[in-house]
Design a protein around this ligand. Structure first.
Ligand code: GDP
Ligand code: MN
Length: 368
């Protein structure tokens, strides 16, 4: 579960993390009395809003409404902006970075901090990021926070506040079953206060049952994902260009990984699950094609799902929406031979292994 910034700020407040005041607006007219001066910010579930033009400064209420007019309806990444948040403008002296996430291989939470906040954390040099594991049975100890402040080179007054915020962030992380809490920038103001400039919060979907209060949280589906969701199809858009169809989350993930290994990048994640209903397969294919993949890699293991019925669905879909997109198919399991025949007749590139398929997909996408 991902949270919009305004919603994340609400939760931050609950844990005592200082955040700027703000008002949410779906229409420019809703900003009758925004805090002035303010920053009008697009509420979308992706970062980099600043660069995309989704953040504007306003000195008067009128300017704030004009900014809202400009930002509402804007597209940022795959999203259309439906809400803006007019947030009290911060007089920033320094921007820090602070986050807590899960490091699965270390079986611990991972605190990351940097004195180079504000920019994309991915573009901060590795050596400028302080990483500290927080073992669950030990928690976030005061000496760790003192060490953190020292490594960031923070003056005492700032260090005290940052430590306090990190402590509350960890409480939130545990209390809300978060996978990620991130503040970038954590703003050191000219008056010396430290305030969360933005807020990113992702709560583990598996903990949904413990957080009924988030049941109606608007989710970050793209229009295609929404369409798929309505049809009961597991479909996720990624930032690559190769359309991946597999069955079962494990195989789908493995397929994406192997593609990556071979130099390709998944553009969609379509999990057929246990379906072999040709009609369902056809519907799934239709949605996939709308995402305009450069090549499709079908990787099916037919157990409960019968390989040949999946193949029939694919064949029908290709007939119906014949798109010229090359399809690489690796299909194994029940009625495999029959499935291969069907796919070959439909002009697909049949392969035996996942690795081979990934290589072929990468090659075909290069226009070979
Ligand atoms: P993001 O780009 O989606 O992460 O949006 P942020 O909320 O982090 O804002 C991006 C950048 O805009 C920040 O790093 C700041 O440099 C600037 N910014 C945002 N809000 C304020 C503000 O209240 N005051 C000032 N001075 N700059 C701001
Ligand atoms: Mn940010």
């Amino acid at each position: 579960m991902k949270f919009y910034e305004y919603k994340a700020h609400e939760i931050f407040r609950k844990y005592g993390i200082p955040v700027p005041r703000g008002v949410l607006a779906a229409k420019p007219e809703d900003l009758t009395d925004p805090p002035i001066p303010c920053v009008v910010k697009a509420q979308v579930l992706v970062g980099g809003r600043g660069k995309a033009g989704g953040i504007k400064l306003a000195k008067t209420a009128e300017e704030a409404r004009a900014s809202a007019t400009a930002i509402l309806g804007m597209r940022i990444g795959p999203y259309t902006v439906r809400h803006v948040y007019a947030q009290e403008m911060l007089d920033i002296a320094q921007e820090l970075y602070l986050s807590i996430t899960i490091d699965r291989s270390a079986r611990a939470a991972l605190l990351m901090a940097s004195a180079l906040g504000g920019m994309d954390v991915e573009s901060v040099p590795q050596e400028k990021i302080v990483r500290i594991h927080i073992p669950p049975l030990v928690g976030l100890q005061p000496y760790v926070l003192r060490n953190l402040a020292k490594r960031l080179g923070l003056p005492k007054e700032v260090a005290t506040q940052v430590s306090e915020i990190a402590k509350k962030m960890y409480a939130l992380f545990r209390g809300e079953d978060a996978e990620l809490v991130e503040i970038n920038p954590l703003a050191v103001l000219k008056d010396g206060r430290v305030v969360a400039g933005d807020a990113k919060l992702v709560v583990d979907d598996n903990a949904e049952y413990r957080h009924k209060e988030y049941a109606d949280l608007p989710q970050d589906r793209t229009p295609l994902e929404e369409e798929a969701h309505d049809k009961g199809i597991t479909f996720i858009q990624l930032d690559g260009d190769i359309g991946v169809i597999a069955n079962g989350a494990g195989l789908t993930m493995a397929t994406l990984d192997v593609l990556n290994l071979k130099g390709g990048k998944g553009g969609t994640f379509l999990d057929l699950g246990g379906t072999d209903d040709p009609e369902k397969v056809k519907q799934a294919f239709e949605i996939l094609l709308k995402a305009k993949p450069s090549v499709i890699f079908l990787n099916i293991f037919g157990g409960i799902t019968k390989a040949d019925t999946v193949a029939i669905g694919v064949e029908q879909a290709l007939k119906a929406y014949g798109s010229g997109v090359p399809v690489v198919a690796r299909i194994k399991g029940v009625n495999e031979a029959r499935a291969k025949e069907i796919l070959a007749d439909a002009g697909m590139h049949s392969v035996e292994t996942m690795e081979e398929g990934a290589e072929m997909a990468v090659k075909l996408r290069g226009g070979a």
